[in-house]
Design a protein around this ligand. Structure first.
Ligand code: ATP
Ligand code: MG
Length: 367
Protein backbone atom coordinates (compact mmCIF):
# COMPACT_ATOMS: atom_id res chain seq x y z
CA UNK A 1 0.00 0.00 0.00
CA UNK A 2 1.11 3.54 -0.78
CA UNK A 3 0.00 6.23 1.66
CA UNK A 4 0.04 9.97 0.98
CA UNK A 5 -0.14 11.74 4.30
CA UNK A 6 -0.55 15.52 4.13
CA UNK A 7 1.80 15.68 1.13
CA UNK A 8 2.70 19.12 -0.22
CA UNK A 9 5.05 20.12 -3.01
CA UNK A 10 6.01 23.74 -3.35
CA UNK A 11 8.50 24.32 -6.16
CA UNK A 12 11.38 26.79 -5.74
CA UNK A 13 9.47 29.54 -7.58
CA UNK A 14 6.61 29.28 -5.09
CA UNK A 15 4.24 27.21 -7.25
CA UNK A 16 2.22 24.88 -5.05
CA UNK A 17 1.81 21.82 -7.29
CA UNK A 18 0.39 19.51 -4.60
CA UNK A 19 -1.38 20.77 -1.52
CA UNK A 20 -1.92 18.66 1.58
CA UNK A 21 -2.74 15.49 -0.32
CA UNK A 22 -3.84 12.53 1.80
CA UNK A 23 -4.98 9.27 0.26
CA UNK A 24 -4.25 5.56 0.12
CA UNK A 25 -3.35 3.47 -2.89
CA UNK A 26 -4.36 -0.10 -1.98
CA UNK A 27 -2.07 -3.02 -2.81
CA UNK A 28 -2.98 -4.94 -5.94
CA UNK A 29 -5.39 -2.31 -7.28
CA UNK A 30 -5.34 0.36 -9.97
CA UNK A 31 -5.72 3.84 -8.53
CA UNK A 32 -6.10 6.55 -11.17
CA UNK A 33 -5.12 10.18 -10.63
CA UNK A 34 -7.17 12.29 -13.02
CA UNK A 35 -7.60 16.03 -13.38
CA UNK A 36 -6.95 18.99 -15.66
CA UNK A 37 -3.50 19.98 -16.91
CA UNK A 38 -1.29 21.37 -14.16
CA UNK A 39 -3.26 19.90 -11.25
CA UNK A 40 -0.18 18.11 -9.92
CA UNK A 41 -0.65 14.57 -11.22
CA UNK A 42 2.90 14.08 -12.49
CA UNK A 43 4.36 15.76 -9.42
CA UNK A 44 2.35 13.43 -7.14
CA UNK A 45 3.44 10.37 -9.09
CA UNK A 46 7.12 11.31 -9.13
CA UNK A 47 7.18 11.84 -5.40
CA UNK A 48 6.43 8.13 -4.98
CA UNK A 49 9.70 7.04 -6.62
CA UNK A 50 11.61 10.13 -5.42
CA UNK A 51 12.21 11.74 -8.76
CA UNK A 52 10.79 14.66 -6.76
CA UNK A 53 10.80 15.00 -2.98
CA UNK A 54 7.87 16.55 -1.11
CA UNK A 55 8.29 19.79 0.78
CA UNK A 56 5.75 18.71 3.38
CA UNK A 57 4.05 15.56 4.61
CA UNK A 58 5.09 11.97 3.99
CA UNK A 59 4.67 9.19 1.46
CA UNK A 60 4.79 5.69 2.88
CA UNK A 61 5.40 2.54 0.87
CA UNK A 62 4.13 -0.41 2.91
CA UNK A 63 4.63 1.72 6.01
CA UNK A 64 8.17 2.95 5.23
CA UNK A 65 8.73 6.66 4.50
CA UNK A 66 10.10 6.70 0.93
CA UNK A 67 12.55 9.50 1.78
CA UNK A 68 14.37 7.03 4.07
CA UNK A 69 14.98 4.65 1.14
CA UNK A 70 17.76 5.51 -1.28
CA UNK A 71 16.37 6.19 -4.76
CA UNK A 72 18.06 3.30 -6.67
CA UNK A 73 16.80 0.73 -4.13
CA UNK A 74 13.35 2.31 -4.13
CA UNK A 75 13.12 2.30 -7.93
CA UNK A 76 14.04 -1.36 -8.23
CA UNK A 77 10.64 -2.13 -6.74
CA UNK A 78 8.78 0.43 -8.85
CA UNK A 79 8.20 0.20 -12.59
CA UNK A 80 7.69 3.49 -14.41
CA UNK A 81 5.93 4.03 -17.74
CA UNK A 82 5.64 7.41 -19.45
CA UNK A 83 4.01 8.91 -22.50
CA UNK A 84 5.70 7.98 -25.79
CA UNK A 85 7.32 5.10 -23.92
CA UNK A 86 10.66 6.91 -23.42
CA UNK A 87 12.61 4.03 -24.95
CA UNK A 88 16.37 4.26 -25.48
CA UNK A 89 16.61 4.94 -29.24
CA UNK A 90 19.98 3.24 -29.79
CA UNK A 91 19.12 0.01 -27.99
CA UNK A 92 17.26 -2.88 -29.56
CA UNK A 93 13.79 -3.64 -28.21
CA UNK A 94 14.97 -6.71 -26.31
CA UNK A 95 17.69 -4.67 -24.60
CA UNK A 96 15.29 -1.85 -23.80
CA UNK A 97 13.03 -4.33 -22.02
CA UNK A 98 15.99 -5.88 -20.21
CA UNK A 99 17.25 -2.51 -18.93
CA UNK A 100 16.48 -3.06 -15.26
CA UNK A 101 17.55 -6.72 -15.14
CA UNK A 102 20.92 -5.64 -16.65
CA UNK A 103 21.20 -2.94 -13.96
CA UNK A 104 20.42 -5.56 -11.34
CA UNK A 105 23.34 -7.61 -12.67
CA UNK A 106 21.36 -10.52 -14.11
CA UNK A 107 23.38 -12.50 -16.60
CA UNK A 108 22.71 -11.52 -20.19
CA UNK A 109 20.91 -14.67 -21.21
CA UNK A 110 18.55 -14.66 -18.25
CA UNK A 111 17.76 -10.96 -18.78
CA UNK A 112 17.07 -11.48 -22.49
CA UNK A 113 14.93 -14.57 -21.85
CA UNK A 114 12.89 -12.54 -19.41
CA UNK A 115 12.58 -9.73 -21.97
CA UNK A 116 11.35 -12.15 -24.64
CA UNK A 117 8.79 -13.60 -22.26
CA UNK A 118 7.53 -10.09 -21.45
CA UNK A 119 7.24 -9.04 -25.07
CA UNK A 120 4.84 -11.91 -25.56
CA UNK A 121 3.01 -11.08 -22.36
CA UNK A 122 2.21 -7.57 -23.59
CA UNK A 123 1.00 -8.90 -26.93
CA UNK A 124 4.03 -8.22 -29.14
CA UNK A 125 5.48 -10.48 -31.78
CA UNK A 126 8.88 -11.74 -30.55
CA UNK A 127 10.19 -10.97 -34.06
CA UNK A 128 10.23 -7.28 -33.04
CA UNK A 129 12.88 -7.93 -30.38
CA UNK A 130 15.77 -7.20 -32.75
CA UNK A 131 14.39 -3.91 -34.02
CA UNK A 132 15.11 -0.39 -32.78
CA UNK A 133 12.34 1.77 -31.29
CA UNK A 134 11.95 3.96 -34.40
CA UNK A 135 11.05 0.82 -36.35
CA UNK A 136 7.92 0.29 -34.22
CA UNK A 137 4.50 1.97 -34.28
CA UNK A 138 3.51 4.23 -31.40
CA UNK A 139 1.23 1.58 -29.93
CA UNK A 140 3.96 -1.07 -30.16
CA UNK A 141 6.41 1.27 -28.45
CA UNK A 142 3.95 1.78 -25.59
CA UNK A 143 3.68 -1.97 -25.15
CA UNK A 144 7.47 -2.17 -25.01
CA UNK A 145 7.37 0.57 -22.36
CA UNK A 146 4.98 -1.52 -20.27
CA UNK A 147 7.13 -4.65 -20.77
CA UNK A 148 10.23 -2.74 -19.69
CA UNK A 149 8.50 -1.51 -16.53
CA UNK A 150 7.50 -5.08 -15.67
CA UNK A 151 10.90 -6.64 -16.39
CA UNK A 152 12.13 -6.99 -12.82
CA UNK A 153 8.63 -7.89 -11.62
CA UNK A 154 8.23 -4.83 -9.37
CA UNK A 155 5.21 -4.85 -7.05
CA UNK A 156 4.42 -1.22 -7.90
CA UNK A 157 3.84 0.36 -11.30
CA UNK A 158 3.65 4.11 -11.92
CA UNK A 159 2.12 5.08 -15.26
CA UNK A 160 2.08 8.72 -16.38
CA UNK A 161 -0.30 9.22 -19.34
CA UNK A 162 1.16 6.09 -20.94
CA UNK A 163 -1.47 5.84 -23.67
CA UNK A 164 -2.06 9.51 -24.48
CA UNK A 165 0.01 9.71 -27.64
CA UNK A 166 -1.73 6.99 -29.66
CA UNK A 167 -4.95 7.01 -31.65
CA UNK A 168 -8.23 6.04 -29.96
CA UNK A 169 -8.38 2.49 -31.35
CA UNK A 170 -4.83 1.59 -30.34
CA UNK A 171 -5.44 3.29 -27.05
CA UNK A 172 -8.50 1.14 -26.35
CA UNK A 173 -6.52 -2.01 -27.10
CA UNK A 174 -3.68 -0.91 -24.80
CA UNK A 175 -6.22 -0.30 -22.06
CA UNK A 176 -7.73 -3.77 -22.55
CA UNK A 177 -4.25 -5.28 -22.48
CA UNK A 178 -3.43 -3.52 -19.22
CA UNK A 179 -6.62 -4.80 -17.60
CA UNK A 180 -5.88 -8.31 -18.83
CA UNK A 181 -2.31 -8.15 -17.46
CA UNK A 182 -3.48 -6.72 -14.18
CA UNK A 183 -5.99 -9.56 -13.73
CA UNK A 184 -2.96 -11.91 -13.79
CA UNK A 185 -0.33 -9.81 -12.06
CA UNK A 186 -2.20 -7.81 -9.37
CA UNK A 187 0.31 -4.98 -9.29
CA UNK A 188 -0.20 -1.89 -7.21
CA UNK A 189 -0.69 0.65 -9.99
CA UNK A 190 -0.91 4.42 -9.90
CA UNK A 191 -2.13 5.53 -13.31
CA UNK A 192 -2.17 9.20 -14.30
CA UNK A 193 -4.43 10.54 -17.05
CA UNK A 194 -6.37 13.68 -17.91
CA UNK A 195 -8.99 11.56 -19.70
CA UNK A 196 -11.94 10.80 -17.44
CA UNK A 197 -13.19 7.97 -19.70
CA UNK A 198 -9.82 6.24 -19.39
CA UNK A 199 -9.94 6.84 -15.63
CA UNK A 200 -13.32 5.18 -15.10
CA UNK A 201 -12.44 2.34 -17.46
CA UNK A 202 -9.17 1.41 -15.75
CA UNK A 203 -9.49 2.51 -12.16
CA UNK A 204 -10.57 0.38 -9.25
CA UNK A 205 -10.64 3.77 -7.60
CA UNK A 206 -10.31 7.22 -9.12
CA UNK A 207 -8.83 10.29 -7.44
CA UNK A 208 -10.03 13.52 -9.07
CA UNK A 209 -7.58 16.39 -8.50
CA UNK A 210 -8.18 20.07 -9.06
CA UNK A 211 -5.57 22.67 -10.00
CA UNK A 212 -3.49 23.52 -6.97
CA UNK A 213 -3.02 19.82 -6.26
CA UNK A 214 -6.07 19.37 -4.04
CA UNK A 215 -8.07 16.16 -3.92
CA UNK A 216 -11.65 16.78 -5.05
CA UNK A 217 -12.96 13.21 -4.71
CA UNK A 218 -11.67 9.66 -4.35
CA UNK A 219 -14.16 6.92 -5.12
CA UNK A 220 -14.92 3.92 -7.26
CA UNK A 221 -15.95 4.82 -10.82
CA UNK A 222 -19.56 3.83 -10.14
CA UNK A 223 -19.81 6.05 -7.07
CA UNK A 224 -18.03 8.91 -8.80
CA UNK A 225 -20.51 8.82 -11.68
CA UNK A 226 -23.51 8.44 -9.36
CA UNK A 227 -22.53 10.94 -6.70
CA UNK A 228 -19.99 13.58 -7.74
CA UNK A 229 -18.86 15.51 -4.67
CA UNK A 230 -19.25 18.99 -6.16
CA UNK A 231 -19.70 21.05 -9.32
CA UNK A 232 -16.07 20.72 -10.32
CA UNK A 233 -16.22 16.91 -10.32
CA UNK A 234 -19.63 16.94 -12.00
CA UNK A 235 -18.34 19.13 -14.82
CA UNK A 236 -15.15 17.15 -15.14
CA UNK A 237 -17.15 13.92 -15.50
CA UNK A 238 -18.93 15.56 -18.42
CA UNK A 239 -21.98 14.49 -20.37
CA UNK A 240 -23.72 11.11 -20.41
CA UNK A 241 -22.77 10.52 -16.80
CA UNK A 242 -26.02 8.63 -16.15
CA UNK A 243 -25.60 6.34 -19.13
CA UNK A 244 -21.90 5.74 -18.46
CA UNK A 245 -22.67 4.76 -14.90
CA UNK A 246 -24.81 1.86 -16.16
CA UNK A 247 -21.57 0.17 -17.29
CA UNK A 248 -20.75 -0.48 -13.64
CA UNK A 249 -24.12 -1.94 -12.69
CA UNK A 250 -24.83 -5.62 -13.18
CA UNK A 251 -27.69 -6.86 -15.32
CA UNK A 252 -28.34 -9.49 -12.62
CA UNK A 253 -31.25 -7.52 -11.17
CA UNK A 254 -33.32 -7.45 -14.37
CA UNK A 255 -36.54 -9.45 -14.19
CA UNK A 256 -36.62 -11.99 -17.03
CA UNK A 257 -39.62 -13.59 -18.70
CA UNK A 258 -39.24 -17.15 -19.93
CA UNK A 259 -42.80 -17.31 -21.32
CA UNK A 260 -41.76 -15.13 -24.29
CA UNK A 261 -39.22 -17.70 -25.54
CA UNK A 262 -40.66 -20.05 -28.15
CA UNK A 263 -38.98 -22.97 -29.92
CA UNK A 264 -38.68 -22.59 -33.69
CA UNK A 265 -40.31 -26.00 -34.06
CA UNK A 266 -43.38 -25.20 -31.93
CA UNK A 267 -46.81 -25.47 -33.47
CA UNK A 268 -48.05 -21.90 -34.03
CA UNK A 269 -51.47 -22.79 -32.66
CA UNK A 270 -49.83 -23.36 -29.26
CA UNK A 271 -48.14 -19.92 -29.20
CA UNK A 272 -50.74 -17.83 -30.98
CA UNK A 273 -52.34 -16.46 -27.85
CA UNK A 274 -49.11 -15.89 -25.97
CA UNK A 275 -49.29 -12.85 -23.72
CA UNK A 276 -46.96 -10.39 -25.45
CA UNK A 277 -46.71 -8.59 -28.76
CA UNK A 278 -43.31 -10.09 -29.62
CA UNK A 279 -41.86 -13.56 -29.14
CA UNK A 280 -38.19 -14.57 -29.12
CA UNK A 281 -37.68 -17.64 -31.30
CA UNK A 282 -34.97 -20.11 -30.24
CA UNK A 283 -33.48 -23.17 -31.94
CA UNK A 284 -33.32 -26.73 -30.59
CA UNK A 285 -30.26 -25.77 -28.49
CA UNK A 286 -32.07 -22.72 -27.07
CA UNK A 287 -29.96 -20.32 -29.13
CA UNK A 288 -31.80 -17.15 -30.18
CA UNK A 289 -32.83 -16.90 -33.82
CA UNK A 290 -34.83 -13.66 -33.86
CA UNK A 291 -38.06 -11.94 -32.98
CA UNK A 292 -41.47 -12.50 -34.41
CA UNK A 293 -44.47 -10.26 -33.80
CA UNK A 294 -47.41 -12.39 -32.66
CA UNK A 295 -49.56 -10.83 -35.38
CA UNK A 296 -47.06 -11.92 -38.05
CA UNK A 297 -47.15 -15.60 -37.12
CA UNK A 298 -48.27 -17.76 -40.05
CA UNK A 299 -51.74 -19.28 -39.91
CA UNK A 300 -50.23 -22.73 -39.52
CA UNK A 301 -46.82 -24.34 -39.26
CA UNK A 302 -44.05 -23.11 -36.96
CA UNK A 303 -42.58 -19.73 -35.93
CA UNK A 304 -39.57 -20.64 -38.10
CA UNK A 305 -41.81 -20.09 -41.14
CA UNK A 306 -42.16 -16.39 -40.27
CA UNK A 307 -39.77 -13.60 -41.20
CA UNK A 308 -37.64 -13.16 -38.05
CA UNK A 309 -36.52 -9.69 -36.96
CA UNK A 310 -33.02 -8.86 -35.65
CA UNK A 311 -32.30 -9.11 -31.95
CA UNK A 312 -29.80 -7.96 -29.32
CA UNK A 313 -28.56 -10.11 -26.46
CA UNK A 314 -26.78 -9.66 -23.15
CA UNK A 315 -25.22 -12.23 -20.84
CA UNK A 316 -27.47 -12.22 -17.80
CA UNK A 317 -25.58 -11.26 -14.66
CA UNK A 318 -22.24 -10.91 -16.42
CA UNK A 319 -22.94 -7.99 -18.74
CA UNK A 320 -23.80 -4.57 -17.38
CA UNK A 321 -27.13 -2.83 -17.40
CA UNK A 322 -25.70 -0.64 -20.17
CA UNK A 323 -25.19 -3.65 -22.44
CA UNK A 324 -28.71 -4.86 -21.66
CA UNK A 325 -30.16 -1.45 -22.48
CA UNK A 326 -28.14 -1.34 -25.70
CA UNK A 327 -29.50 -4.77 -26.63
CA UNK A 328 -33.09 -3.53 -26.31
CA UNK A 329 -32.26 -0.70 -28.70
CA UNK A 330 -31.09 -3.20 -31.32
CA UNK A 331 -34.39 -5.06 -31.39
CA UNK A 332 -37.59 -3.82 -33.05
CA UNK A 333 -39.40 -5.57 -30.20
CA UNK A 334 -37.85 -3.12 -27.73
CA UNK A 335 -36.89 -6.11 -25.58
CA UNK A 336 -33.56 -7.89 -25.20
CA UNK A 337 -32.81 -11.59 -25.10
CA UNK A 338 -30.86 -12.68 -22.03
CA UNK A 339 -28.38 -15.50 -22.69
CA UNK A 340 -26.08 -17.55 -20.49
CA UNK A 341 -22.31 -17.83 -20.91
CA UNK A 342 -22.80 -20.49 -23.60
CA UNK A 343 -25.15 -18.31 -25.65
CA UNK A 344 -28.38 -20.13 -24.72
CA UNK A 345 -31.42 -17.94 -24.20
CA UNK A 346 -32.52 -17.84 -20.57
CA UNK A 347 -35.27 -15.25 -20.81
CA UNK A 348 -36.47 -11.95 -22.21
CA UNK A 349 -35.83 -8.57 -20.63
CA UNK A 350 -38.79 -6.45 -21.65
CA UNK A 351 -38.75 -2.66 -21.80
CA UNK A 352 -40.84 -2.67 -18.59
CA UNK A 353 -38.27 -4.87 -16.81
CA UNK A 354 -35.48 -2.53 -17.99
CA UNK A 355 -37.47 0.44 -16.73
CA UNK A 356 -37.78 -1.15 -13.29
CA UNK A 357 -34.04 -1.83 -13.15
CA UNK A 358 -33.22 1.72 -14.32
CA UNK A 359 -35.58 3.23 -11.77
CA UNK A 360 -33.77 1.38 -8.98
CA UNK A 361 -30.47 2.79 -10.26
CA UNK A 362 -31.78 6.34 -10.52
CA UNK A 363 -32.99 6.16 -6.93
CA UNK A 364 -29.38 5.66 -5.90
CA UNK A 365 -27.94 8.73 -7.66
CA UNK A 366 -27.43 12.28 -6.52
CA UNK A 367 -26.43 15.48 -8.28
N1 ATP B 1 10.11 22.17 -11.79
C1 ATP B 1 9.04 22.96 -11.60
N2 ATP B 1 9.17 24.22 -11.16
C2 ATP B 1 8.09 25.03 -10.98
N3 ATP B 1 6.84 24.63 -11.21
C3 ATP B 1 6.65 23.39 -11.65
C4 ATP B 1 7.72 22.48 -11.89
N4 ATP B 1 7.22 21.31 -12.36
C5 ATP B 1 5.87 21.48 -12.41
N5 ATP B 1 5.54 22.72 -11.99
C6 ATP B 1 4.18 23.27 -11.88
O1 ATP B 1 3.46 22.48 -10.94
C7 ATP B 1 2.11 22.35 -11.36
C8 ATP B 1 1.77 20.88 -11.46
O2 ATP B 1 2.55 20.31 -12.50
P1 ATP B 1 2.42 18.78 -12.92
O3 ATP B 1 3.41 18.52 -13.98
O4 ATP B 1 2.48 17.94 -11.71
O5 ATP B 1 0.94 18.79 -13.50
P2 ATP B 1 0.13 17.63 -14.28
O6 ATP B 1 -1.16 17.48 -13.54
O7 ATP B 1 0.96 16.44 -14.46
O8 ATP B 1 -0.22 18.35 -15.67
P3 ATP B 1 -0.32 17.69 -17.17
O9 ATP B 1 -1.69 17.06 -17.26
O10 ATP B 1 -0.24 18.89 -18.05
O11 ATP B 1 0.79 16.72 -17.34
C9 ATP B 1 1.98 23.12 -12.66
O12 ATP B 1 1.48 24.38 -12.36
C10 ATP B 1 3.41 23.18 -13.16
O13 ATP B 1 3.62 24.33 -13.94
MG1 MG C 1 1.73 15.45 -16.16
Amino acid sequence: MITFSGVTKRYADGTVAVDDLSLEVPTGEITVFVGPSGCGKTTSLRMINRMIDPTGGRILLDGADVTTIDPPTLRRGIGYVIQQAGLFPHRKIVDNVATVPYLLGWDRKKARDRAMELLERVGLDPKLAGRYPFQLSGGQQQRVGVARALAADPPVLLMDEPFSAVDPIVRASLQEELLRLQAELHKTIVFVTHDIDEAVKLGDRVAVLRVGGRLAQLDTPATLLARPADDFVREFLGRDRGIRRLSFISSAGIRLRTDLLVPASADVSSVRDADGAWLAVVDAEDRPLGWVAAKDLPGSGTPADAQLAPYGTFVAGRDSLRVALDATLLSPSGSAIAVDGAGKAVGVATREALDEALAAVAGDARG
